[in-house]
Write a protein that binds this ligand. Structure first.
Ligand code: TRP
Length: 444
């Protein structure tokens, strides 16, 4: 089974070294794993919540897109797009808004922090809270659920949002799924192994602490200047230093292989001066970042190339999003009136004809199943249990389109006393029936 991994990057800033080590590099590495289908997007609708400076929004989108591409993201392999190029996102946002409890949004950390800050400043609690901020988690749920992502790599501060997305998905499934889950329940994925990179002062590298090392901005000189400002203890050259208590070392190690780490630690213990140590760190990072910086500069000089990549990404994403949203609209009752009457007709017809039926259902064990029954109701095929309704649904779909061909290796058993020829005949009949329905629908 392919695992869908999805993550968004809010486009308000310029990526720094900490973003690269903590998010960009691991995400690109994960996207190269076999069996993984990755969706990476620029969360520019989310950026509007935090930023009302249009030029900054525009600039940040460009910089972040160029950074990901320069860092080696392969847009052929992953789906790389801009949130605002996917109108299905805002449409799903509304469907989800209608099933989300206000009380749940009251508990969101980002909202609570804004209220706490206002209260502490003696202001109206909700005075500075836009509806965008308040409903931020719903938009995020829409991002995730639209592509039925299984895994969502995020920072710790975002875990609550993923839990909220699960809750909303569950509620939607319950209300509209009719026993078939419409949404996969996503799982937050926190990369414990990825070090949070410390900044100049040793606290987490973050723009809000003003302690960042630039990734590309300002070129090699800015990198060198920033590293020169990393705080160390005041031990002199020749004095032994403790590599485990220096955040310069943590930054070094984020770019070094095992041998280089061991050597650097040993040299510090043996008295390597901080100035020389910093020079080594600059050189190491420059080896890594230099070639990427060149690609970055080329991309920044050709925004139209980035635009093309993102447009292609949006088209790829919408191939998934558009039909799925159509299904969701059906599920909530936003249906074409003409289609509704035709559906009724089709139902009457199929009841009259001798078509076998697949039924999907959930047992008391909470797991999902499907079965095939003959037109007279006799059981022909019984599936195994599935953890996700969508898996069962996927198999049913396959049987309907592929007919007998889907049988080999399928997770089903033939019911006792039923001849395999009877099953095959039923599957062929069903496949023919489905094909006929599809061509009728296409003509309508
Ligand atoms: N809110 C996330 C952040 O600031 C960005 C984001 C938006 C996101 N939509 C998402 C992350 C969906 C993961 C999945 O970090």
């Amino acid at each position: 089974m392919t695992v869908r991994v999805l993550t968004g990057i809010t486009t308000t800033g310029t990526p720094h070294l900490g973003n690269y080590v903590g998010a960009i590099r691991p995400a690109i590495a994960a996207s190269r794993e076999p069996g993984v289908e990755s969706y990476f997007f620029l969360a520019d609708y989310h950026a509007l919540i935090k930023c009302d400076d249009p030029d900054r929004i525009e600039r940040s989108r460009l910089e972040i897109a160029a950074t990901w591409l320069a860092a080696g993201l392969d847009p052929e392999r992953v789906t790389f797009y801009r949130q605002s190029d996917i109108p299905e996102t805002t449409e799903l946002n509304w469907l989800l808004t209608c099933v989300t409890a206000k009380g749940q949004m009251n508990r969101a950390h980002a909202y609570k922090a804004a209220v706490d800050a206002a209260v502490a400043a003696g202001e109206e609690p909700d005075g500075n809270v836009t509806m965008g901020l308040y409903c931020y988690p719903i938009l995020m749920a829409a991002d995730i659920l639209l592509f039925n992502a299984h895994r969502v790599p995020v920072g710790r501060d975002q875990v609550q949002h993923i839990e909220m997305a699960r809750d909303v998905a569950q509620r939607f499934n319950h209300l509209f799924g009719k026993g078939v889950d419409m949404f996969v329940l996503p799982q937050a994925e926190i990369e414990e192994s990825v070090a949070t990179l410390p900044g100049l002062d040793g606290r987490k590298m973050s723009k809000s602490y003003d302690n960042t090392v630039p990734l590309f901005e300002g070129g090699a000189k800015a990198l060198k200047d920033a590293i020169a400002r990393i705080v160390t203890d005041s031990k002199l050259p020749g004095e032994p230093k403790d590599p485990d208590s220096a955040h310069l070392v943590t930054i070094h190690d984020a770019f070094a292989d095992a041998a280089a780490r061991v050597a650097f630690h040993a040299d510090l213990r043996a008295g390597l001066g901080w100035g020389d140590a910093k020079q080594r760190v600059v050189q190491l990072i420059e080896e890594h970042v230099g070639p990427m910086r060149e690609r970055y500069a080329q991309l920044m000089a050709h925004p139209e190339r980035i635009e093309d990549v993102l447009q292609a990404g949006a088209a790829k994403a919408r191939k998934v999003a558009t039909p799925f949203l159509a299904e969701l609209r059906q599920a909530v009752g936003l249906r074409r009136m003409v289609a509704a009457s035709q559906a009724k007709e089709a139902k009457v017809q199929s009841a009259k004809s001798d078509v076998p039926v697949f039924k999907q259902y959930r047992e008391a064990d909470g797991r999902f199943y499907f079965k095939l029954t003959a037109a007279d109701g006799a059981l022909l095929l019984q599936s195994q249990a599935f953890a996700e309704g969508r898996e069962a649904g996927g198999w049913v779909k396959r049987f309907k389109t592929d007919g007998v061909a889907a049988l080999a290796g399928a997770p089903v058993i033939v019911a006792a006393g039923v001849a395999s020829e009877a099953v095959e005949a039923a599957l062929s009949a069903l496949q023919a029936h489905e094909a006929e329905q599809a061509s009728k629908a296409a003509k309508a």
